[in-house]
Each structure stands twice: as structure tokens, then as C-alpha cells.
Design a protein around this ligand. Structure first.
Ligand SMILES: Cc1cc2nc3c(=O)[nH]c(=O)nc-3n(C[C@H](O)[C@H](O)[C@H](O)COP(=O)(O)OP(=O)(O)OC[C@H]3O[C@@H](n4cnc5c(N)ncnc54)[C@H](O)[C@@H]3O)c2cc1C
Length: 393
């Protein structure tokens, strides 16, 4: 929060290195993202020209210590996500997918040759990746996936469709989950240009318009067996990737919420109605106080998660679900209230609230819907699974 409002001195929780990261990403967003992002959203364009600078700032795979990675802490990673999403959830989504869903699985489940082949380009921004888990008929229940990978000599032949894939049409390579001959789910790196691999951009989005979302089609798509990530065994590997990404999303949501809150606060102080600034009305103050209170709590939740992740290398997946669920819900509500405080001005894209609000509808749904995280936490609390049956498709 701004120092004058930082009553809990949350700023002091950032050590020197993370403070420098925060400041550099904040300046980048202020100078390079904010001036163009409204236009990108309006035109439905991802600002691809920013990728080299995002990479140069060390924001892709920032926690990786080899292959050109900056080796930052998870606190630093969280701060990066917060600052990027203060600009736009689409820009943060690009970085989340590249870092947590492409670089992370290759670094964690790949062999040395695979790491050497793909990580340097992904970290320096010369390669863009995407992550294919969701299918048209299997969203919340990826265990039912139908995409198949059949072994044929030294290759695997992939068939199936993935949908709602961030970065799909931009991607030089896709990390794709498929059911193998033995029934086990495996992960494969499919490179652009491989015969039988087609990407189609999904048109008509009203949310995350400054992000590319695609369908991936595999028609007898033949990849060398050397492209299978050897240590990605079963759906657990995909869920580990999602846990990484959800951690960043919980942080990112704070950025979107802060953008909306500060816009509404400034507006409320300047906007005069009934001969006084609307910030002087109790009802408006009640809204501002609720937003501020919710943001502070979300920040503290993330700082505790970062502490645990930096100490133990991981944080319990239920804690991640709790934080993703809480913080995205908080950000969405904050964006809606900010839009309300802006009155009619709130519906035009001169202001950021409604853009964030539309974006956050996707963030609410992806990486496990709000409901799915409720079920995860509910199961941990009660010992009862309320998911329903999981059948393979
Ligand atoms: C912009 C965007 C980008 C995305 N990027 C990616 C990506 O890069 N890679 C990728 O693999 N996927 C991606 N996704 C897909 C995303 O993860 C799925 O949309 C999400 O998992 C939900 O699946 P679904 O849309 O099929 O909804 P469904 O699973 O059909 O859910 C519909 C509704 O039913 C509810 N529901 C489902 N099951 C239950 C249950 N057991 N109990 C109670 N309620 C339930 C849900 O909460 C939701 O409200 C993206 C999605 C969007 C919108």
C-alpha cells in the first residue's frame, strides 16, 4: 500500500532485494504497460513487444537458479506477480504461464538435456510457452482428459483437443498433458511446426482481452519420445504446476485490487456531489474502508505463504487454495465497488476498474474455480470429499 496508508507497515516485510524488484517492476508497469494497456484491451491485443523487456528484467522463471534465471525468492516472485497485475491480469497471466506452467515443469520434471534445450530461451524470452491441461469437456475435472499419447517406436502420437490455453497462438512450444497407453497421464513438450499441431485463437472474449487464449488441436501429432518429461508421472505433476501458478495468482489479485482501490480513492476525493467530495459521505467511506481492509488481509495472507514457501520450498496446497480463493474473490469485489464509486465514468476504459473487473472474472474461473477451491478447503476441514465421482473419459 502507499506508505501513508500502510498502518500495518507491510512495506517493511520486504527485504532490500525484494524491494528493488518491486520498484523496478512497478516502474516498468507505470512507464510501459499502463500507457498502452487500455488500447490493447480495446483492440484485443497482447502487447508482445514488451516480452523482451519483461525477460530482461528477470521476470520469466525468476526463481530458477540455473540457465540464466535470476534465482529470486518466492517472496520476490509474488511481488513480481502483484506489480504486473497492477497493470493488467493479461500481462500477469503471460508471465505466470511462462514461469509456473512451462519453465517450472521443464525444470522440475525434465531431464538435463530437456532443461538445457528449452530453459535458456524461455527465461530470456526468445521462446514463449503454453500449458495444455483443460479440454472442452474436462475443465474442473482434468482427470477425465481424452487427449491420448500412443507410443510408436521412438515417438509418441498425440490426438485430442485442449481449450482455453493462455499464450496458445503465441507459443513456440506447449507443455501438454495426455493419457498414455498404460493409462498414466504424462507431459509432453510439443514444438510449433510439428505436423498435426494446430492452434486457433478464441475470439469474442470480454475478459482478459490483452491476453491470447487458444485451442490446441493434435491430429496424429508425432513427437519424439525424448520430448516426454520423464519425471511428470500422473495428474500430480499437473497439480504441482497449478499450485505454483495459484501462489502467484493470489499475489497478482492484490495488484489488480490495489489499482482499483487507489483509482476509486483518488476519484472519491476529487468528485464533488451535493457540494462536497463524495469521499466525505459515510456510505462511500464504508466502501473504501472495506476495500482497504480486505486488501491488507490479502497481503498478509500472501506474505505468510511466501515465508513458508521460502523456508520449506513449498506451501501446503490447501493454503494455496485458501489464498487463491480469498484473494481473487476479494479483488473481484473490490473492482466492482471501485466501478460503482466511479459512477458512470466507471464504465469507460479511461479508468481501469471495469477492465480489471472483466479480467478478474477469468481469474476467478481459471486455475481452479472459486467453487473448486471451496471444495479443496472443505475437504481438508471435514475429511469429506464433495467433488463427485472422477471418471476417466
Ligand atoms: C482466460 C482463460 C485462460 C485459461 N488458461 C488456461 C491455460 O493456460 N491452460 C489450461 O489448461 N487451462 C486454462 N484455462 C481453463 C480453466 O482452467 C478452466 O476454465 C477451469 O478449470 C474451469 O473449467 P471449465 O471452464 O470447463 O468449467 P467447468 O468445470 O465446466 O465448471 C463450470 C461451473 O461448474 C462448477 N463446478 C464444476 N465442478 C463442480 C463441483 N464438483 N462442485 C461444484 N461446482 C462445480 C464450477 O465451479 C463452475 O462454476 C483458462 C481459462 C480461461 C477463462
Amino acid at each position: 500500500m502507499r506508505s501513508e496508508l500502510d498502518v500495518l507497515q507491510i512495506d517493511q516485510l520486504l527485504p532490500e532485494e525484494e524491494r528493488l524488484i518491486r520498484d523496478s517492476v512497478r516502474s516498468f508497469v507505470k512507464e510501459k504497460v499502463l500507457p498502452i494497456i487500455g488500447g490493447c484491451f480495446r483492440r484485443g491485443e497482447f502487447p508482445k513487444h514488451l516480452v523482451p523487456e519483461i525477460a530482461q528484467l528477470g521476470l520469466l522463471g525468476p526463481t530458477v537458479k540455473t540457465h540464466g534465471g535470476a534465482g529470486t525468492s518466492y517472496l520476490g516472485y509474488g511481488v513480481i506477480m502483484e506489480e504486473l497485475e497492477r497493470g493488467d491480469s493479461g500481462v500477469r497471466s503471460f508471465a505466470s504461464v511462462q514461469s509456473s506452467l512451462v519453465i517450472y515443469p521443464i525444470a522440475t520434471f525434465g531431464d538435463e538435456a530437456q532443461r538445457d534445450r528449452w530453459l535458456p530461451g524461455l527465461i530470456n524470452g526468445q521462446l514463449i510457452g503454453c500449458f495444455g491441461l483443460t479440454e472442452p469437456d474436462f475443465g474442473s475435472n482434468p482427470a477425465g482428459m481424452r487427449t491420448s499419447a500412443k507410443r510408436q517406436g521412438g515417438n509418441y502420437v498425440l490426438n485430442g483437443t485442449k481449450r482455453w490455453i493462455t499464450n496458445g497462438n503465441l507459443a513456440d512450444l506447449a507443455v501438454v498433458f495426455a493419457r498414455c497407453d498404460d493409462g498414466e497421464i504424462g507431459a509432453f513438450v510439443v514444438e510449433r511446426g510439428t505436423e498435426g499441431f494446430i492452434t486457433n485463437e478464441i475470439e469474442g472474449k470480454i475478459s482478459l482481452r490483452a491476453s491470447v487464449t487458444s485451442e490446441l488441436i493434435f491430429e496424429d501429432c508425432t513427437v519424439p519420445a525424448a520430448n516426454r518429461l520423464p519425471n511428470a508421472k500422473g495428474l500430480k505433476a499437473a497439480l504441482m504446476c497449478l499450485s505454483q501458478a495459484r501462489y502467484g495468482i493470489a499475489w497478482g489479485a492484490i495488484g489488480a485490487a490495489k489499482a482499483c482501490f487507489f483509482e476509486a480513492l483518488d476519484y472519491a476525493k476529487a468528485r464533488v456531489m451535493f457540494d462536497r467530495p463524495i469521499a466525505g459521505f459515510q456510505l462511500v467511506q464504508q466502501k473504501l474502508v472495506q476495500m482497504y481492509s480486505d486488501i491488507v488481509q490479502a497481503e498478509l495472507l500472501c506474505h505468510r505463504m511466501a515465508q513458508l514457501k521460502d523456508r520449506d520450498g513449498q506451501v501446503h496446497h490447501v493454503a494455496v487454495s485458501l489464498a487463491k480463493r480469498n484473494n481473487v474473490d476479494m479483488a473481484l469485489k473490490t473492482a466492482r465497488v471501485a466501478r460503482d464509486i466511479l459512477g458512470a465514468n466507471g464504465i469507460v476504459d479511461d479508468y481501469c476498474a471495469m477492465r480489471h473487473m472483466c479480467n478478474l472474472e477469468s481469474v476467478f474461473t481459471y486455475e481452479g474455480t472459486h467453487d473448486i477451491h471451496t471444495l479443496i478447503v472443505g475437504q481438508a476441514l471435514t475429511g469429506e470429499s464433495a467433488f463427485g465421482e472422477t471418471k476417466a473419459g
